[in-house]
Design a protein. Sequence first.
Length: 246
Amino acid sequence: MLMGDLCTRSCGFCSVSIGRPEALDQEEPKRVAEAARVLGLKHVVVTSVNRDDLPDEGATHFVRTIEELRKLSDDLVIEILTPDFKRTQREAVRVIVEAGPDIFNHNVETVPRLYKRVRPQADYHKSLELFRRISSPKTARILTKSGIMLGLGETTEEVLEVLRDLREVSCDILTLGQYLQSSSLGLPVQEYVKPEVFQALKQEALSLGFEWVESGPFVRSSFHAKDSFEALLKLKEELQCKKQIV
């Protein structure tokens, strides 16, 4: 997680402390890359706190981290999970896309009706716009990904509407997981969703055109991230072979 341990937003599902963050550590991108090298990672997921206090909301820091990781190996899979870059979204997406991550993830987290309670400083349509911007300027193929927590009081139809919205903005990969209260200050769980509901939603998501879906009570944004990516690539290769045979 980049850019410190203090967040400028107060999302109801998150236990990260809220406050005024310190100045960015300019050596952090290099240290992240060094940690990946020492650990021998083949798939790196990089996320951050929200940094609404910064002029670019942290976009350049993501770019520098991607660049340092890319120096390790062209084969390293780089997955980023970013904020919405509410003020600087157009430029933030442009520079990050140019840096060339393999997967660009941004979680919408919940349904629009619950945003004021769950993500009070965020905007659902601004999150959707981020995916439009990723899809629009990219010259190389960057997979897009998003996640939703269930059990916050949403209805099944509301979830399906979010899935349709995400497909309309060309989101490729989806994660659906059970919301759990992370601290005594967090929002209470409204429902423990049954595994069969997760499976039904997975099938609905695949029918809408998502290329890969992880759906279950224990699923989180980076759940089986490496395995899912490799399985998706294998599936794409198999489909391509079938097309060539036909």
